[in-house]
Ligand binder design. Structure first.
Ligand code: NFS
Ligand code: SF4
Length: 688
């Protein structure tokens, strides 16, 4: 079985778009692995030191191109392997994909449809459990804070009461009582035995179809329990039921995101646009550098707080540093960025390279998206790798267990450890040339309404709706999810953003996708002048004025980490409500062009279940079943109003996203401009 055969099967027989095979072999060789020059420089530096990174390991599988992904297993790629029981593992082929390999059923008789669907739901479930676990940590911190058991405070009692109102908690109570009630409801949504998740039903508008298809999640725990049972050998066999349950898990996932960001706002403040910087050069050669990496921002908040502690700064000075420099990586980085303007040093693909600068005294991780290889990289330097959560332990890391009750002492302890490590910094330090890029981040529904209320105090969303209706904002696309070494890192996000901005589509971004846009300089007012179409430019100029800036608002709005995707979904609901339509009718779409983590599949599935059209730029392992492919890419639209589509080529993906927007506008009866008649730019120059 050659890879070429796989390609033909996947692209022709299942009619999934792919461009890789069109590029001649020679040309593929010279593609670079990342759009970001600083990252490229750091990769070369790591190579000089003999340190392997995610990019090097990916190159062994064929580099940043799916068509060269030669060494990966065909069966795994297609979703056709099963290790569920002791009669297996089984690897099979759907009958009409059979060539030389004739096995088309598992030993138990499971078909390709069953195996692919079962593997898919297990992926969605892992993503959901990651987000729900994050939500549980945040909700339990609010509960303990209400009971005066933690050093945290309730920073936004107004927001707490707004959440309570949404959950129908109306009786007059003290802030503490409301906090206890809200957090208890959140915790019971995650682990309780109720009939439906309150944060799902009160935040996401569900339809008759949702009820008929039993898509309203009970608790996350219950959905996960049933999922584990259903996927056990010899239990569920029906692919459609698996996909419907995956949709229900996806909705539970979105509700978990809502819990995380809504309650984090109560504890840590509502994000509002803030200026900051991104790049390896936010590391400071003269200061004690502490990188906070992961997702659950409870400890990170405290590390940021105590990095300003006089005594600790004096201690750093006494050891030869000029101060303490805390910078963020991945989504815990995004969270402290949007609330405190803490600079970002990188995202998922940069994590090993960050340590390879030799400048990091403390690399503090909580949970999720932490590549195990950072242990090997840290060993090469003085860097102290500090793990903090029970869920994510590393054999060689120093483990300082976090708990909310002692958050202050733990944060100080970690800062002390990093400060004391400063004198151990070696001579082998390296940062790429150039300056970090400026960016503005920190959009939230509340912040947007506040800016808009300077234009229309009585009805803040009206100017936004007006501009969408007139076509000044042709549509909104959310760029979400990770950056991937399976494509040219960052390039898919950035290309899609530029293509769409030029056609007056406003970009919302979260997670590592937002960081990719930031690295490319798209999160500034200057980027609006450079990349936005004329109409969008005018809108962003006037919004910039309304916000009190001397420049336009950036054309890409950074809403935070992946859990803050809920903010964009809530904004979409607010717009839909105002227009009197459903979320599926809006000229809005989602793109996860470089998705990596299972969490992305959970958010994507939840978004589709809520009616959004979702682009995936990396083919998920489902091509082994035509039934599953058609459920996700076609039937889904009839069932929920949203669907997935797969398109690795970012320029073509942008075109399909625009077509979706254009169709939605047509159906809504608002101006369509036939902007697709204008030719789209071709792929950017990607040669080294
Ligand atoms: Ni989202 Fe954030 Fe990044 Fe992907 Fe990981 S850090 S939660 S999963 S890799 S965007
Ligand atoms: Fe094979 Fe069926 Fe066991 Fe899976 S459950 S390993 S398909 S026998």
């Amino acid at each position: 079985m050659t890879h070429k055969e796989t390609k033909q099967e996947t692209t022709q027989e299942l009619n999934i778009n792919s461009t890789g095979s069109e590029l001649p072999e020679k040309e593929m060789e010279s593609l670079k692995v990342t759009l970001d020059n600083e990252t490229a420089e750091m990769i070369k530096h790591a190579e000089r030191l003999g340190i392997d990174t995610v990019f090097h390991r990916q190159s062994k599988y064929g580099g940043p191109s799916m068509c060269k992904d030669k060494s990966r297993c065909y069966f795994g790629t297609m979703g056709l392997c099963c290790r569920q029981c002791g009669m297996g593992p089984c690897r099979i082929r759907q009958e009409d994909l059979q060539k030389s390999y004739k096995i088309n059923k598992g030993t138990c008789g499971a078909s390709a449809d069953t195996i692919v669907a079962r593997n898919l739901i297990m992926m969605v479930a892992r993503g959901t459990s990651a987000h729900a676990s994050h939500a549980r940590h945040i909700a339990s911190t609010l509960l303990k804070t209400a009971q005066n058991k933690t050093p945290y405070t309730i920073k936004e009692p107004g927001k707490l009461r707004a959440i309570a109102a949404r959950l129908n908690i109306h009786e007059a109570r003290s802030v503490q009582e409301v906090a206890e009630k809200v957090s208890s409801i959140a915790l019971s949504d995650i682990l309780g035995s109720g009939e439906s998740m309150s944060f799902s039903t009160s935040y996401c508008k569900t339809s008759r179809t949702h009820n008929e298809l039993k898509l309203i999640p009970r608790s996350v725990g219950r959905e996960l329990l049933d999922e584990e049972h259903e996927t056990a050998m010899g239990t569920m066999a029906d692919p459609e039921m698996f996909v419907l349950h995956a949709a229900r898990l996806g909705m539970a996932d979105i509700a978990s995101l809502v819990i995380s960001s809504e309650i984090a706002d109560v504890l840590f403040g509502i994000p509002t646009p803030v200026g900051s910087k991104i790049g390896f050069n936010v590391l400071d050669k003269n200061k004690v550098n502490i990188v906070i990496h992961g997702h659950v921002q409870l400890l990170s908040e405290k590390i940021v707080e105590f990095s300003e502690d006089r005594e600790l700064i004096d201690k750093a000075r006494s050891l030869g540093a000029t101060g303490i420099n805390v910078v963020g990586c991945c989504c815990t980085g995004n969270e402290v960025l949007i609330r405190h303007g803490v600079p970002l040093v990188g995202s998922n693909l940069q994590q090993e390279l960050i340590i390879a600068t030799g400048l990091v005294e403390g690399f503090v991780v909580d949970v999720q998206c932490i590549y195990p290889n950072i242990e090997n990289v840290a060993r090469r330097f003085h860097t102290k790798l500090i793990s903090t959560m029970e869920e994510a332990r590393f054999a060689s890391a120093t483990h300082i267990p976090f708990n909310e009750e002692n958050a202050d002492e733990i944060a100080k302890n970690i800062l002390n450890m990093a400060i004391e490590n400063f004198p151990n910094r070696g001579k082998n330090v390296f940062v790429p040339h150039g300056e970090p890029r400026d960016m503005i981040a920190g959009f939230s529904v509340e912040a947007i309404e506040r800016i808009l209320s300077n234009i229309n105090p009585d009805d803040p969303l009206k100017p936004l709706i007006g501009n969408i209706a007139s076509g000044n904002i042709y549509g909104i696309v959310l760029l979400a999810g990770c950056t991937s070494p399976k494509v040219i890192a960052d390039a898919s996000h950035v290309t899609i953003a530029k293509e769409l901005l030029a056609r007056n589509v406003l970009i919302a971004a979260t997670g590592c996708a937002a960081q990719a846009c930031a690295r490319a300089g798209l999160l500034t007012g200057d980027a609006t002048e450079k990349y936005a179409g004329d109409k969008l430019k005018e809108v962003l100029r006037s919004l910039g004025k309304a916000a009190g800036y001397d420049k336009p608002l950036p054309p890409v709005w950074h809403f935070g980490g992946c859990s803050d995707n809920s903010r964009v979904i809530l904004l979409a609901y607010a717009l839909a409500r105002k227009l009197g339509v459903e979320i599926k009718d809006l000229p809005i779409a989602v793109s996860a062009a470089e998705w990596v983590a299972e969490k992305a599949t959970a958010i994507g599935t939840g978004s589709v279940a809520l009616g959004m059209t979702v682009h995936l730029g990396i083919t998920p392992p489902i091509l082994g079943s035509q039934a599953v492919v058609s459920l996700l890419t076609q039937r889904a639209e009839q069932l929920f109003g949203g669907r997935f589509f797969v398109e690795p080529d970012p320029v073509r993906a942008a075109k399909i996203l625009l077509e979706h927007i254009e169709q939605a506008r047509g159906k809504l009866g608002i101006s369509t401009l036939n902007i697709l008649e204008k030719p789209l730019n071709s792929m950017p120059e990607l040669k080294v």
